[in-house]
Ligand binder design. Structure first.
Ligand SMILES: Nc1ncnc2c1ncn2[C@@H]1O[C@H](COP(=O)(O)OP(=O)(O)OP(=O)(O)O)[C@@H](O)[C@H]1O
Length: 298
């Protein structure tokens, strides 16, 4: 797979605050990445650096093999949808879509129109008069219909209800399958998007804590469910990272990979395996790793 983004030892300093601290990673063509992390971790700053909206204090960024700054050829291939997008004061929905159509070479006008109708966005309504959720829908439509080879969504769902968010995830998946491209999704709603993510980048205090395929992350834990006492017997001596009781039943999430011996023991006890929550796993790994890193720094 072709590498389309290379970030080498990049830092961004705001006065005495290191928002991004010597970060290196690559993004490959045709993959969906999750950029995850706590508030203030540095995710938006990294996305601004990638899209040339901020300049690194140190290090180097290459997009499609070139430096992105003031490089129209590169920036036409990148679509960055951010939560705080500003539009000119009297812009209508139709104007925002018309400008996007001019900017993005792969723009699909009929797809944009179909999405506009699905999200019930009145074409002639001024953007400043849209509700919060409708404003997010404008960003989502532009992000999807741009079909940009690198599309970045920074928490694109603010104000969207659960039905509309679900619509976005389904549309993203369907359109990505037909038109593969690289997508970066930054979100706090990890469980909602976890089925979409192929690769996970977890940022913590300006550094990368986890840079791993989602599938291999999922294999780092398993969940086992059944009568409470039997689950506890099974899990003795294991690292249980979460216990979800439901009446007399318990689902325990255990860190570690599931071997044939454990599978056999679980079967003997009549226990079942359940899917692991990526969100819970990331919370736990983040906790472990940042505690480890804090200890290293002492
Ligand atoms: N323009 C700026 N000037 C000064 N400090 C900034 C600026 N932009 C970001 N920061 C600081 O950089 C750090 C990282 O912020 P950033 O917005 O990248 O985090 P984030 O991971 O996107 O957070 P959230 O999930 O809350 O959106 C924070 O400490 C923030 O206060």
């Amino acid at each position: 797979m072709r590498t389309i983004v290379e970030v080498r030892e990049v830092s961004k300093r705001y006065k005495d605050n290191m928002a991004v601290d010597r970060v290196s990673f690559t993004l490959e063509e045709g993959k969906i990445y999750g950029m995850l992390g706590r508030n203030g971790a540095g995710k938006t700053t990294i996305m601004q650096l990638l899209t040339a909206q901020a300049i690194p204090s140190d290090g180097e960024i290459r997009l499609f093999g070139e430096a992105p700054y003031e490089n129209a050829r590169v920036l036409g291939q990148v679509c960055f949808i951010k939560e705080s997008q500003k539009y000119p004061d009297n812009f209508k929905v139709a104007d925002a879509l018309a400008v996007a159509a001019m900017f993005f070479p792969n723009w699909d006008a009929s797809y944009a129109e179909a999405l506009r109708q699905q999200y019930n966005l009145p074409e002639r309504r001024q953007i400043k008069k849209l509700s919060r959720g409708m404003l997010s829908a404008v960003g989502i439509i532009i992000g999807l219909a741009s079909r940009a080879p690198l599309t970045i969504f920074d928490e694109p769902y603010l104000g969207l209800d659960a039905v509309a968010r679900r619509m976005f995830y389904d549309q993203l998946m369907a359109d990505y399958i037909e038109h593969p491209r690289t997508v970066v999704l930054s979100t706090h709603l990890i469980d909602e998007v976890s089925r979409l993510l192929e690769h996970v980048l977890v940022i913590d205090r300006g550094r990368i804590l986890i840079n791993e395929e989602a599938e291999s992350l999922r294999q780092q834990a398993f969940a086992v469910a059944g009568p409470m006492n039997k689950v506890e017997t099974f899990a003795q001596g294991m690292k249980v990272i979460q216990r979800d009781p439901l009446g007399a039943l318990l689902t325990a999430t255990v860190l570690g990979s599931l071997g044939p011996e454990q599978r056999h023991r679980a079967e003997e006890l009549g226990l079942e395996f359940a899917p692991v929550s990526l969100q819970e796993l990331i919370v736990q790994l983040t906790k472990n790793q940042s505690e480890g890193k804090a200890a290293e720094r002492v």
